[in-house]
Design a protein around this ligand. Structure first.
Ligand code: KG4
Ligand code: ZN
Length: 342
């Protein structure tokens, strides 16, 4: 019997629904909320309202694109945590209602676990299946709210072996962009300008944090002082040097991330290395990971672009593994803003 799962993601400012059949993604619809741009960050209450407006059309389109009817679904998966509580509630209530109405199991998914498993979503290039990581693998998960190195021993057996002690990597991108006067979310814009810039032009500090943990708050302060000093001398400094500033900031964030990943690879002896999360869409990180992979003989894996930032396909694939393991939730399950790894 084939297994069809409808998955819903609503943890932050993307309303997304996906359908997977036997682990193959048939549709993945993402509605990005533009309403937050004018505020320079995600406004939780506006996110909840936009999810409520988007969820029915997004689910409807995901079902139609997949050519799937409600009667053929075997389970509903949804993001339980972590995220904005009001935003999570919309997806959770929708998923619970559908599971009750259709009398099919409900599967609660951890958003960060799903980012890691985005690496296992089957994809093809020119009709040929792409290689996927073998267990155990390491995953550097870099998003707007998290920065983690995860040792993944099986789809549902993962351990966080390093994480940020303050800002996340995505926040480091977004806050740097804000200091430069760029709109939210600044990560993709820094990436865009960096492509025309010289990454060696300006040098920002690399924090000396023991073990596999990260810190990005010092970098943010260093960038702020650097800009204050230089714009005092020349008010046009940012406008004249934007590509070089962006390339130098991006390079520093990338080396902070990859130096820790390299340390984790040496400590664990693991050679299959993945990245995941919104920041894994960064072109510089993707290129540098591949270069380091060749240099250190790692097998490197990067999710397809559409599976890097928040999406329901990653919730669907995680739901599929949980379905196979019989890991279901009852209707009493509540979303939580923060959630520890099990
Ligand atoms: O995983 P995600 O979509 O949402 C969270 O779970 O947080 O990650 C969003 C983060 C934002 O900080 C955004 O600026 C960053 O990913 N991001 C990027 C790029 N695309 C998205 N950062 C750098 N370069 C990019 N191309
Ligand atoms: Zn995310």
């Amino acid at each position: 019997m084939s297994i069809s799962i409808l998955a819903i993601e609503s943890s932050c400012d993307e309303t997304s629904a996906a359908v997977c059949r036997d682990g193959i993604i048939l549709s993945n619809i993402i509605a990005s909320q533009k309403v937050h741009e004018q505020y320079g960050g995600v406004v939780p209450e506006l996110a909840s309202r936009a999810h409520m407006q988007n969820i029915v059309p997004v689910v409807d389109k995901a079902m139609r694109d997949a050519g799937c009817s409600m009667q053929h679904l075997n389970a509903i998966a949804f993001t339980q945590a972590p995220g904005l509580i009001g935003a999570l509630l919309v997806g959770a209530q929708f998923a619970k209602s559908l599971s009750l109405a259709l009398n099919i199991p409900l599967i609660a998914v951890h958003h960060m676990q799903a980012h890691v498993l985005a690496n296992l979503i089957p994809t093809t290039t020119n009709g040929q299946p792409d290689p996927k990581p073998s267990f155990p693998f390491l995953c550097l998960t870099v998003s707007g709210g998290h920065t983690q190195i995860v040792l993944c021993e099986s789809p549902l057996n993962m351990t966080v072996i390093g994480e940020t002690m303050d800002d996340a990597a995505g926040e480091a991108f977004d806050k740097s962009a804000k200091i430069l006067g760029l709109p939210y979310p600044g990560g993709p814009l820094i990436d865009k300008y960096a492509q025309q810039g010289n990454p060696d032009r300006f040098r920002f500090p690399e924090p000396q944090i023991p073990g596999l943990n990260f810190s990005f708050s010092g970098l943010k302060t260093a960038i702020l002082y650097f800009l204050q000093e230089n714009t005092a001398a020349d008010p046009q400094f940012v406008a004249k040097n934007l590509p070089d500033i962006c390339a130098s900031i991006q390079q520093r964030i990338i080396t902070i991330l990859l130096n820790k990943l390299k340390k984790a690879a040496i400590q664990t002896g693991v050679k299959d290395i993945c990245i995941a999360g919104g920041v894994s869409a960064n072109s510089g990180l993707r290129q540098t990971l591949e270069q380091w992979g060749q240099r250190f003989r790692w097998n490197t894996f990067i999710p397809a672009f559409q599976y890097c930032t928040d999406n329901a396909a990653m919730i669907a694939i995680t739901g599929y593994y949980k379905y196979q393991a019989g890991s279901f939730s009852d209707l009493g399950v509540s979303p939580t803003a923060r959630a520890e790894w099990k």
